[in-house]
Design a binder for this molecule. Structure first.
Ligand SMILES: NC(=O)c1ccc[n+]([C@@H]2O[C@H](COP(=O)([O-])OP(=O)(O)OC[C@H]3O[C@@H](n4cnc5c(N)ncnc54)[C@H](O)[C@@H]3O)[C@@H](O)[C@H]2O)c1
Length: 278
């Protein structure tokens, strides 16, 4: 894991960061960088349908859809995998300026970007997640052969400004990473929905069921964050022998319970990630 320093952000601010596609994920990362001290004028956004908050930031110095981007320390590629081939050529010239390319697109392999930008261009493939918007993301990354240790540190500085960072040993791990941490926040949000639905099935009113489910997930996550105890120990701490939790866990931890279901779900996500590679 890497910690981002104010000096890292200052270095990025010098040559700027360009974001190609600033929707949910690119936007979440940009929010985190701005909160970490990146000045708006150091950010350039290329997006044909920018959100209102980006237009507002443009009034405070952010460069929005300039005719041409002259330079960037880092160019973040954050469009959907399906539009990458159409969108990425507009920043290909930055390879000649020594920019580091950082793709967050699911499924899209480094080789795809090498064919666009050249194998000499430093390219980092990263998989962040949306809690980056509140500085609680986790990003896994790996570089191509042209990415030096300095490039990797730069990518880690950017990702580290919005949460934890892990370096992968092989690009082949990326499909599994995407299935666990990239898509994972959606599983947790669905857990809130599922718990609320279970509460309604037990005759709780809608709003009360949702409040209890949401606050329970928030509280459990915060406890997991602050505690040194393992997830297993934290689970045991809730579970009185012969009590209510034990009764529920007998269902959830059955051979066809949550682990089996989660394993199937993550396998489906990893399969889809491999398919997106084309
Ligand atoms: N959403 C997530 O949780 C998440 C997590 C990790 C990685 N990713 C990856 O991030 C990328 C973006 O996903 P998202 O969820 O933010 O999607 P999104 O649709 O919210 O954002 C994509 C943005 O790209 C813009 N765009 C479309 N065509 C463009 C073009 N030609 N040039 C520039 N911009 C263009 C769109 O206007 C939009 O704002 C995807 O590749 C996805 O795999 C997403």
């Amino acid at each position: 894991m890497t910690q981002t320093t104010a000096a890292d952000i200052a270095a990025l601010a010098e040559r700027g960061v360009t974001i190609l596609g600033c929707g949910k994920m690119g936007g979440a990362m940009l929010r985190g960088w701005l909160a970490a001290g990146l000045p708006p004028e150091a950010a350039t956004v290329l997006d044909p349908a920018p959100a209102d908050w980006l237009r507002e930031l443009a009034a405070r110095g952010l460069r929005l859809n300039p005719e041409r981007v002259e330079d960037a320390a880092v160019c973040v590629l954050a469009v959907k995998p399906q539009v990458m081939a159409k969108a990425a050529p507009q920043v290909a010239h930055l390879a000649g300026r020594g920019a580091l390319f950082m793709s967050i697109a699911a499924g899209t392999p480094i080789s795809f970007f090498e064919s666009l930008f050249g194998a000499d261009a430093p390219i980092v493939r990263a998989m962040p997640n949306t809690p980056a918007a509140v500085g609680r993301g986790v990003t896994a990354l790996i570089g191509n052969a042209a990415a030096t240790e300095a490039h990797m540190r730069l990518a880690e500085a950017l990702a580290g400004a919005v949460g934890a960072v892990v370096r992968l040993e092989a690009e082949s791990q990326m499909d599994a990473v995407t299935a666990i941490s990239g898509s994972g926040p959606a599983y947790v949000f669905h857990m809130i929905e599922a718990m609320a639905a279970a509460g309604r099935a037990l005759d709780l009113p809608d709003e009360l069921a949702m409040t209890l489910a949401r606050q329970t997930v928030i509280g459990a996550a915060e406890l997991a964050r602050r505690s040194d105890a393992s997830a297993e120990q934290l689970r045991r701490d809730v579970t009185s022998p012969g009590g209510t939790t034990a009764a529920a866990l007998e269902v959830l931890m059955a051979p066809d319970g949550l682990t089996a279901l989660m394993t199937r779900a993550a396998a489906a996500a990893a399969r889809r990630s491999r398919e997106l590679a084309g």
